[in-house]
Structure formats: C-alpha cells, structure tokens
Design a protein. Structure first.
Ligand SMILES: N[C@@H](CCC(=O)N[C@@H](CS)C(=O)NCC(=O)O)C(=O)O
Length: 211
C-alpha cells in the first residue's frame, strides 16, 4: 500500500493524479499546511524539507521506499509500473526535461508570483513585474512546445504533463489579474488544459485530498 502525504495544492495533486492514472490503491494522509503539520516530527522524518508531497510505499512487491519531491515520486512510480514515461529514447528524456523544467522553473516562478501579487499584503511593483515577466516567458515556452506536439514530451501523455497540469490550471483563475494577457494569447496551452483535464484520472486526482 502507498501512503500519500499531501494537501490541496498543485504539488500534492500531481501525485494523486499519478496514483489515479496507475489505478493503484493508496491511502491519503492530509498534512494541514495552515496548521504547520509539515513541521511535525512524524512528517519531518518522511520529508526533511518539510514540504508535501511525499510517499511511503510499503507494497509487498518491493522494498519499502520513502520519497519526497514530486519529480522524484513521479519518476519512481512511472518506472516501477512501466507507465507514463517512455522506456528509452527522445520521448523519455523529453519527459525528464519538462518534468525538471516544471519543478525548477514553472512551479517556483508561479509560486513567487502568487506570493507577491496575491498573498502578500505589501505589494512590491518590482517583484510583481519581475515574476509576471518570467511567468509569461515560461508559459510562452510551453505554448511553443504544445503548438508543435500534442503533449509536452511529444505525442504521448506523460509524467511531464501530470507535473505541469495542476500548476497551469491553478494559474488560470488565481493569477488571472496579472497573467490575463499572457493566458489570452496561448491557444495551444488551452487546448492542452482541456485535453488533460478531461481525463477521468485527472479529475479524480484533482479532488484529493477531500477536506
Ligand atoms: N519542489 C517541491 C515543492 C513542494 C512544495 O513547495 N510544496 C508546498 C505545497 S505546494 C509545501 O509543502 N509548502 C509548505 C511550506 O512551505 O511550509 C516538489 O516539487 O515536491
């Protein structure tokens, strides 16, 4: 059985989508970030960076595994089950490119933009301009890729799409004030959002955790 430590955020939902896509039985342990449960002794032993998502896999078919960082978890699950990641060649490494691009660039930039433009009481024009510009640049990179290929890593849906989808979906309403113009000029991105969003496993994964 896999135990998923998660919360109602884009990073957490990447993993519930993946588990739903694979059709695995899993338990959900909500980590209430508002109550600072990410700093509890129990969770710190699983995720020393104090962030969700993390998994503990005690399935009888392999040795017990504990993993934090969404990119590592997606790679582990894809390799273990031989799905959603090409076994070799360009498609495999394209999936890794976009997966790492998401965790190192798209996620952090949209996260910082959300902090400065929405959550922070003090509004810094310089910070908002900087992160809006960078978020727009990244979304344009994605738009270009998706205007050439059906999915981020090429012709097939992969862990790269799973990593990016909850972030782009969240940005469309949450960051609409600052990204409206950017999002309005990205038809391929909207095509992809709809294509990925209509998958039954994605719908189920986006509803985890139930609060
Ligand atoms: N690079 C990490 C980022 C994880 C992350 O930022 N998680 C957020 C929720 S979306 C979190 O746990 N925040 C708690 C905190 O910052 O205290 C990943 O991809 O797993």
């Amino acid at each position: 059985m896999i135990n998923l430590y998660t919360w109602a955020t884009p990073n957490g939902r990447k993993i519930s989508i993946m588990l739903e896509e694979l059709g695995l039985d899993y338990a959900v342990s909500p980590v209430d970030l508002g109550k600072r449960e990410q700093f509890s002794a129990h969770f710190s032993a699983i995720s020393p960076n104090h962030k969700i998502p993390a998994i503990v896999d005690t399935s009888p078919d392999s040795d017990a595994v504990v993993i934090f960082e969404s990119g590592a978890i997606l790679t582990y699950l894809a390799e273990k089950h031989g799905q959603l990641l090409a076994p070799q060649g360009q498609a495999r490494y394209s999936a890794f490119e976009w997966l790492h691009w998401q965790t190192s660039a798209l996620g952090p930039m949209l996260g910082q933009l959300g902090f400065f433009a929405v959550r922070s009481e003090e509004k810094s024009a310089l910070a908002i301009a900087r992160f809006t510009e960078e978020a727009d640049r990244l979304l344009s990179v994605m738009e270009k890729q998706l205007s050439i290929h059906a999915y981020l890593a090429g012709a097939d849906y992969s862990i790269a799409d799973i990593a990016c989808y909850p972030w782009v979906l969240a940005a469309t309403p949450y960051l609409n004030d600052v990204l409206e113009q950017s999002l309005a000029t990205k038809p391929a991105l909207h095509r992809w959002l709809q294509l990925v969003g209509e998958r039954p496993a994605v719908k189920r994964g986006m509803a985890v955790p139930t609060l």
